[in-house]
Design a protein around this ligand. Sequence first.
Ligand code: 13P
Ligand code: SF4
Length: 302
Amino acid sequence: MSEDIINEILELKKQRNAVIVAHNYQVDEVQKIADILGDSFALSRYCASSPHETIVFCGVHFMAESAKILSPQKTVLLPEINAGCPMADMVNAEDIRQLRKIYPNAAVVCYINTTAEVKAECEICCTSSNAVQVIRSLKEKDIIFVPDMNLGNYIARMVPEKNMIIWNGFCITHHRVTSDDVLNARAVHPDALVLVHPECRPDVVDMADFVGSTKQIMDFGAKSEGRKFIIGTEMGVLFRLREDNPDKEFYLLSQGLICPNMKRTKLISVYNALKEMKHRIEIEDSILIRAKSSLDRMMQVV
Ligand code: 13P
Ligand code: SF4
């Protein structure tokens, strides 16, 4: 059955001149058929330069939107239209306009986990892999950062010369992890290194040996001399880590590290997306142009 679907997907992909890109949190079966796998930044960069007419984006809504913003002339499909990011919905465009009134001298930086409308209101965008460089590149001292308070606090500590005004959004999946989870995991695997995503709480980040984006965590696991790792990000990264590093051991920091929205997309969703050319991401021109400038500025910095 799955062989049949895979063959049909490959055939449709040729017919549609399509590429399948997948985020590192996707289910294993989707990761296996993806042409490109990566973190938010790597996937954005790829979509901006991809030669294909159609991009099937296996991830969540803001990621497919970012692909469309960067490649407006292409057809971008999100296989599961209800795959959203709850954190991206914790701030809206009006919130940014209000913040600007309160802090007129501040630059507004949005995490890529935001809607196109929010990106359109901001000076520059960032991802978890380049947030510190992006903030350091700005001339303003006051920085409004939305929506993730945990990433915002992490940046504030890495760039103490800036005055960070941080929105109070959070990722329900990463925010669930506690310092007790780290203590318990270290007690079970005392010789393992702890690698966490900056969307985790500050006390969890403080206890980690390495902090980075999903791709940075995967690169660290591959290159490190260490043999055992406790992984503090969504469980999807375990698939490639284990496949690519069979001589190493990877343990999930907490069983709560699962993003239900990332798990919505299955092989059948990808097949339906290509067969019916759905769900097309469309963004109003006036928003797209302004959102693109905040993503383009990020690409110029890193
Ligand atoms: P990355 O940019 O590290 O892939 O993270 C995206 C995300 O949604 C993390 O929860
Ligand atoms: Fe959003 Fe968190 Fe899921 Fe990432 S893991 S997509 S931040 S809800």
